[in-house]
Design a protein around this ligand. Sequence first.
Ligand SMILES: [Zn+2]
Length: 454
Amino acid sequence: MASPALVLRSRRAVLPDGVRPASVHVVGGRIAAVAGPDDVPDGVPVVDAGDAVLLPGLVDTHVHANEPGRTEWEGFASATRAAAAGGVTTLVEMPLNSVPATTGVAGLRAKLEAAAGRCSVDVGFWGGVVPGNTMELRPLWEAGVLGFKCFLAPSGVDEFGHVGEAELRLAMPVLAELGAPLLVHAELPAALDRAAASLAGADRRAYATWLRARPPEAETEAVELLVRLCREFGTRVHVVHLASAAPLPLLRRARAEGLPVTVETCPHYLHFAAEDVADGATEHKCAPPIRGRRDREALWDALAAGDIDLVASDHSPCPPALKRRDTGDWLDAWGGIASLQLGLAVAWTGARARGMGPERLAGWMSAAPARLAGLEARKGAIAPGRDADLVVWDPDGETRVEPGTLHHRHPLTPYAGGVFAGAVRATYVRGACVYDRGRFLPEPAGHLLLRDDA
Ligand SMILES: [Zn+2]
């Protein structure tokens, strides 16, 4: 075997079979071997993390970078620097909020061009399923998207239309044949329309109004539809950003039946609770909304039990003015929470408080999302053959959320002023140290990830 270019060593390496002392040997950007902590050849540079934990790099499968077209909202350069600072070594970019949307091959090409040379971590791409683009799905897959995303309710941007059962009946057989996952924003418009009809005269600054506008039935009815269609077509279905506990029994039954349904939730649903959201505090606006404490605890229980597969950020920033902090109008504000840099700290704070260890984080935030995106041969674990994507992370450190420490384009986030457990010390992408205690590798080293056989 070639002599390693680099060895990273820790007394607490999070490996697929547990946490133990190990040395990770890197050759050509990949993990060549995982050996005992003292099994290091002479003359090879060693990064000794000591008591700090060595985590597999996080894979965040739900990120809106908004480039090209809405770069003033975020952009690949700032998003991927925030990712690196947060221990995220791979992100998968959503097909909407960029202009053009990634609903055809030309849209993917535009995005690849915008991202080239600007990314500090590896970046893959989801394609979009929108009304009328069934013929584009196979070409997008062959051009390298990792799967597809659709909305069952209005997405918030005109260029990315939502689909109903009729359009799903066209798209799902195609995706089943490709073996591509379909990620779904699961709220049904019928329940939202019923809710909207009851909002006349409501106080638009009251958080209760936003909760009433997006009731849990919208999530439950959407999951019912998806389970039914998944059973009929066999398409891999992934429910993004589950906020409500109400659909969990349905999802458990579908999975017990053997249907290929996976589920994610987000740091904001695991951390905040409706009872604590102030009226007018529209930096918390997202859809579906942050629900009550009982939902939050049920989401944690479902994660612990394995009924929710993964945690993704749904990082969806916008220029601060669009959050309407001036008026505090929940119905008017842009829905989306900026958190790409903070997901690990937020999830760890909650997991540790509930008695769970770093190996669970690695499952939810690295291994499971890598599988969703079909990247598990290269990403998602500290194991021979995988890319040397590694995070030196101090679980006993702390992350203070101050505007100056955030690398997102806009520091507006509901986490502002918070103190969270754990601190990222250094982040390695394919063996290159891209982030080290606040400093970045000047040349962006991230690759654009297309499907291996694309
Ligand atoms: Zn999203």
